[in-house]
Ligand binder design. Structure first.
Ligand SMILES: Cc1cc2nc3c(=O)[nH]c(=O)nc-3n(C[C@H](O)[C@H](O)[C@H](O)COP(=O)(O)O)c2cc1C
Length: 299
């Protein structure tokens, strides 16, 4: 079951995604989180954030909408209060970071140093120096952040892409050319719901990010495009809810696969998903799961 992403070895391809797993403690009451290949922690910035006012999560067909607003305790509190628990577990630790400027991203990367195994750089954030346009929506801004983080980082850098763009290949290539060691995708799709009785948006921030099985085909398409365009290792995520989805995501080009919103339905889902993946591989005479990566036979 072992795979490797930019030199980081995972004992199996399953990674808990950022924001759906906290720092792992609550899930460890449902299953031993050492079962996972990796844990990507909630998005961190240097100073921490309170997040958005509620309601900030709502159900949607096949998933959910959220506007948590990147609530987190800050990098130093993470290193002091949360990382030791994760380090007591046999999992690779991926530190997800964000910022409002390229300098803030670099500062977070430098503070983390080599305390984690990999950095995941969430570029789906407003660029405060460019009128709030998302870094993820502009190849130059995406490259600027990637370069700044690479300069400050002591561990491999994975850049996390947004599906809310016209051409994901252009952004993926800009990140690769700026030095990204790997890519992860997809972040959530921008969505909105309205309560027809109150005529109010269901989320206090009006709009939010859609995740869950509803986004799975979009995620497979984005992973397929980004992996083929860049040749970089990819952590594929978005709507994965079973072992067959992991296989499909890997065939599209992923080396490892994220498990997110499904955890809200079933906190122990990784136990089932790993079993289903093993069964699929056994039934299809796949002796090493990494053989699946990029094995789609395109027309
Ligand atoms: C409640 C919630 C919080 C999230 N927080 C973050 C975050 O802090 N940083 C980040 O990069 N992605 C965040 N995401 C996006 C997920 O990591 C993931 O990319 C997305 O949900 C798609 O995967 P899924 O459909 O399996 O959940 C969050 C998603 C959800 C549902």
């Amino acid at each position: 079951m072992n795979v490797s992403v930019a030199g980081v070895r995972l004992k199996n391809p399953l990674v808990a995604v950022s924001g759906c797993f906290g720092f792992g403690r609550e899930y460890d009451e449902y299953f031993d989180i050492s079962l996972l290949g990796g844990v990507c922690v909630k998005g961190l910035n240097v100073r921490g954030r309170e997040g958005n006012p509620p309601p900030r999560i709502a159900e949607a067909p096949g998933g959910c909408l959220n506007s948590i607003g990147l609530q987190n305790p800050g990098v130093e509190a993470f290193l002091r209060d949360e990382l030791p628990f994760l380090r007591s577990k046999d999992v690779a630790v991926i530190a997800n970071i964000f910022g409002g400027t390229a300098e803030e991203y670099a500062e977070a990367a430098a503070l983390i140093g080599n305390a984690a195994d990999m950095l995941e750089v969430n570029i789906s954030c407003p660029n405060l120096k460019a009128g709030g346009v998302n870094f993820a929506n502009d190849p130059r801004a995406a490259a600027e952040v990637t370069e700044a983080v690479k300069k400050a980082a002591k561990i491999p850098v994975c850049v996390k892409l947004s599906p809310n763009v016209t051409d994901i290949k252009t952004i993926a290539l800009a990140c690769r050319d700026a030095g990204a060691d790997a890519l992860s995708l997809i972040n959530t799709l921008l969505g909105m719901r309205i309560d027809t009785e109150t005529r109010r948006p269901v989320l206090r921030m009006n709009t939010g990010g859609l995740s869950g099985s509803a986004v799975f085909p979009v995620a497979v398409r984005c992973v397929w495009q980004a992996a083929a365009a860049t040749g970089l290792p990819v952590i594929g995520m978005g709507g994965v809810s079973g072992g067959a989805d992991v296989v499909e995501m890997m065939m599209a080009g992923a080396s490892a696969v994220g498990i997110g919103t499904v955890l809200f339905q079933d906190p122990a889902a990784p136990v089932r998903i790993l079993r289903e993946l093993r069964e699929w591989c056994a039934a299809h005479a796949v002796s090493n799961v990494s053989e699946l990566t990029g094995s789609v036979q395109n027309y």
